[in-house]
Ligand binder design. Structure first.
Ligand code: 5RP
Length: 235
């Protein structure tokens, strides 16, 4: 193997493995993030080579939409379809029960809509995303409508969290989502019951969606490097 970035190689390999699962005549949910970006690129390659035909994508973000257009994947919307065959999306953390934390790209609201609708939701991650317990390495993203930011942060503190408003990089001020909202990243010292917490946080008035995806993933593909060789395994 060359001295190329191993995380990038794992992301590429797992993205390709997910793209290889896409069948002709299917509606595909297109996730967000650097790993899914490779899947979108490889789906576009397969379409261009004629390996698969008649694919339409449902983007989960502006990023996914831009990439799908770049790689020649026709797009549709949820208003025009009655099902999604497969969704491919990344994650920030995956626990042994295939529960996820998502939202590193602030796209978790649309991602949850599309991923949850898919007949098969395939998660693509590098091995660094696997964790025994959600919340160990990644803060929990919560999308909040701007006028409710203060009461929502107070409610998150009452739940035992330490919320921080996500700030932009190469942009002054906070991150603004594709829907025009703000994102709060919350540290919980112990995230014991992710299913309950997902519902409790979504019940706070002003919260649009949080990044806990409990019981949504069907298949988790993990990119790894073993003995210097990139491999993909199904969790
Ligand atoms: C965006 C997401 C991404 O899927 C998640 O952050 C993983 O991204 P990457 O593949 O770049 O590590 O949830 O909201």
């Amino acid at each position: 193997m060359t001295n190329a970035d191993p995380v990038k190689i794992m992301k590429q390999e797992v993205g390709k493995a997910a793209a290889d699962r896409v069948k002709s005549n299917s509606i595909v949910g297109l996730g967000t993030g650097s790993t899914t970006a490779y899947a979108i690129e490889f789906i576009g390659d397969r379409l261009a080579k004629g390996e698969i035909t008649n694919i339409v994508g449902v983007p989960t973000s502006f990023q996914a939409e831009v990439l799908a257009k770049k790689y020649g994947i026709p797009l549709t919307t949820l208003d025009a379809i009655d099902h999604i065959d497969v969704a491919i999306d990344g994650a920030d953390e995956v626990d042994p029960q295939k529960n996820l934390i998502k939202g590193g790209g602030a796209a978790h609201t649309r991602e949850k809509v599309v991923d949850a609708l898919a007949d098969e939701f395939v998660v693509v991650v590098d091995s660094g995303k696997l964790t025994d317990k959600l919340g160990s390495t990644f803060l929990l993203p919560v999308e909040v409508i701007p006028m409710a930011i203060t009461p929502v942060m107070n409610a998150l503190i009452k739940l035992g969290g330490k919320p921080e408003l996500r700030m932009g990089i190469k942009k002054a001020g906070p991150v603004v989502t594709d829907q025009g909202n703000l994102v709060v990243d919350v540290k919980f010292d112990s995230l014991e019951n992710p299913g309950e917490l997902e519902k409790t946080i979504n019940n706070i008035p002003g919260v649009l969606e949080n990044g806990l995806f409990v019981g949504v993933a069907d298949i988790v593909l993990v990119g790894e490097i073993i003995d210097g060789k990139p491999t993909v395994r199904e969790m």
